[in-house]
Design a protein around this ligand. Structure first.
Ligand code: FRU
Length: 611
């Protein structure tokens, strides 16, 4: 850390003029208070980063970054007032050799400049060559994708190219709450280990960079080459418009299409998701007409000129909130020659357990119009992709290999995403899942989400292997792995034909627990996290979620992935899934399995620790 200098300092500017500053700042950072809510910060020292002190509970300050006197960018940062919760790095390396001044407007109510001078941020803005992103926070997942630091929401622009899975995400590089939306970027060769890359897209004059998608353009339809990656995202300012970008370096950096925006409407529309329709030889784009609760379908020969073809959804499915983040793809129906289209529609609020959730529709698409299948009662059924509270903004990778349709979601809920007990980062992604279609006993076609096959690569040691065990009311208790904060995968097959319910509990020595109950007659699995650990940061967090199990034989087969602050339960190869966050004060150390209303049989129970 640099030393702090205080007092009246007279300095000679590059321009030759002389000014006197009342300085209370770290070395190399000059602070000049202009009024109760306006301060200039000038960088005079050396360092790769200016570390900006943040206080989570404070209001945003607007920082206009001037480089050689010209506005380079505006960012919003919750600059610390009474205490510093953490720092965020502002990268100065692009401006080496140039004059950098920050014109900062704060919004706190105060009457004198003296009060403004007392803000904690001025004393603790520091120049540094390093920024600490080490993964030390207690609730930071061990094997789920997270940003290195800062806020994250939706996954964006995912595509697969040359052996790499690209994942972009809604990112605030300047704090752990939603703000300054940019596209962060990570890549993986195995969907397990993620490498972090520099910010791929940052706000422009049209606004912040909201959600969108990418796809390869091997036909060079947009004119940027056969190898180009094309992207479309929502520019969000006072209005929402759609912007085209392209990359010739495999998605590392993007160029803006100069004539953006390519789609404008008079009402909120966002999250463009496009694919190449090889039959019609044109691009198809879905756009969420958020407040109208419908998805718009556009087509284009070149990604630049778009024609509105149809809309889907008015009055259909769950309508309790805005419609966001669409996706549309075709899949075979298991066990038949049939193929069906799936339209993904993320919805917030209005999910089955409150807040955000992902619904989907199964139907047909003729290149211009999507038509959902009606159920036996003649109505279009509402179907949910995941039956937990923490699965949102889920969309799929473009151009995935082997005809795979692989999806990933944001593992949180808008009800409390900004309040969860983490600090330097907020939110992780779900595990990646490979989706497929199956016909259930009720004759309906449903979407199954299985853990992506790569995930077996997470397994380290087999710490428990039970071939057969009878269970009764008293139940059996097994140890969970202790290494690495207990992160593990549990595989459990239960035959419950002779019992009414089976309880599966994860618990720690503080009495914190998660209770999953398989109700045999109701064919449901519930997940109760009301006593799971820290739950009081939001009244919407303590909850019980319930999934239909889709089986007819009173047996279930579960794969349960436990990470430091999440549990994902996959049933019967993905026919049902529940994703829920948990914040136990200590890791869960025991698994208990018991049966009520008769005996049940564990047919197979294996636990793997995770590297
Ligand atoms: C969904 C969403 C999108 C939007 C983005 C903004 O979670 O509201 O509709 O593009 O988040 O961050």
């Amino acid at each position: 850390m640099n030393s702090i200098i205080k007092g009246l300092v007279t300095i000679m500017m590059l321009s030759g003029s002389v000014v006197t500053l009342d300085v209370t700042a770290a070395e190399g950072v000059e602070v000049n208070h202009l009024g109760v809510n306006n301060t200039l910060v000038r960088i005079t020292g050396e360092g790769r980063y200016l570390l900006l002190p943040v206080q989570e509970s404070n209001d945003d300050a607007r920082i206009n970054v001037l480089v050689d006197g010209r506005l380079d960018r505006s960012i919003n940062v919750r600059l610390a007032k009474s205490k510093v919760d953490y720092y965020v790095p502002f990268d100065l390396s692009p401006y080496a050799g140039h004059e950098v001044v920050m014109n900062i407007t704060t919004t706190q109510g105060r009457s004198t400049v003296r009060e403004a001078k007392d803000d904690a941020c001025w004393k603790s803005m520091t120049l540094s060559d390093t920024f600490d992103t080490a993964n030390r926070e207690k609730y930071r997942p061990a094997y789920h994708h997270t940003p290195l630091y800062g806020w994250m929401n939706d996954p964006n622009g995912m595509f697969y190219k040359d052996g790499e899975w690209h994942l972009y995400y809604q990112h605030n590089p300047y704090g752990s709450k939603w703000q300054n939306l940019s596209w962060g970027h990570s890549t993986s060769k195995d969907l397990i280990n993620w490498e972090n890359h520099p910010e791929a897209l940052e706000p422009t004059g049209l606004g912040m960079v909201f959600s969108g998608s990418c796809a390869l353009d091997p036909g060079n339809t947009a004119g940027y080459g056969d190898d180009a990656v094309l992207g479309l995202y929502t520019s969000a300012d006072a209005s929402q418009t759609q912007s085209l970008v392209w990359s010739n370096d495999g998605g590392e950096t993007f160029e803006l299409y100069p004539a953006n925006p390519v789609i404008t409407l008079e009402s909120e529309a966002r999250d463009p998701n496009m694919f190449w329709d090889d039959n019609a030889k044109q691009w198809v784009l879905l756009l969420a007409h958020a407040l109208e609760h419908e998805m718009l379908v556009f087509t284009s020969p070149d990604m630049k000129v778009w024609t509105l073809q149809s809309s889907f959804g008015k009055g259909e499915g769950a309508q309790g909130g805005v419609w966001e983040c669409p996706d549309l793809f075709e899949l075979p129906v298991a066990g038949s020659d049939e193929r069906k289209w799936v339209l993904i529609c993320n919805l917030n609020p209005g999910g089955p357990f409150g807040g955000s959730a992902t619904q989907y529709f199964v139907g047909d698409f003729d290149g211009k119009t999507f038509k959902a299948d009606a159920g036996a009662d003649g109505k279009i059924p509402t179907k949910w992709m995941d039956f937990g509270k923490d699965h949102y903004a889920t969309v799929s990778w473009s151009d995935a290999p082997d005809n795979r349709r692989t999806v990933i979601g944001w593992m949180s809920n808008w009800q409390y995403a900004a309040e969860v007990p983490t600090m330097q980062f907020r939110s992780a992604n779900t595990l990646p899942r490979d989706v497929s279609l199956f016909k259930a006993a009720d004759g309906e076609i449903y979407l199954s989400s299985a853990p992506s096959p790569e995930l077996t690569g997470l397994r380290d040691r087999l710490t428990l292997n039970v071939k057969k065990a009878n269970i009764n009311k008293k139940g059996r208790v097994y140890d969970l792995p202790a290494a690495n904060d207990g992160v593990c995968e549990i595989l459990l097959d239960v035959d419950a034909r002779k019992s009414k319910t089976v309880d599966i509990e994860l618990k720690n020595s503080d009495g914190e627990r998660v209770v999953m109950r398989y109700d045999v007659a109701a064919h449901t699995l519930s997940f109760d996290r009301r006593e799971s650990g820290i739950v009081d940061f939001s009244q919407d967090f303590p909850a019980v979620t319930v999934a239909p199990t889709f089986e007819t034989d009173n047996k279930i087969s579960l794969r349960i992935f436990v990470d430091r602050s999440s549990i994902e339960v996959f049933g019967d190869g993905g026919r049902f899934v529940m994703t829920n966050l948990v914040f136990p004060v200590k890791p869960y150390s025991k698994l208990s399995v018991s049966a009520q209303g008769g005996n049940a049989k564990i047919e197979n129970l294996r636990i793997f620790s995770i590297k």
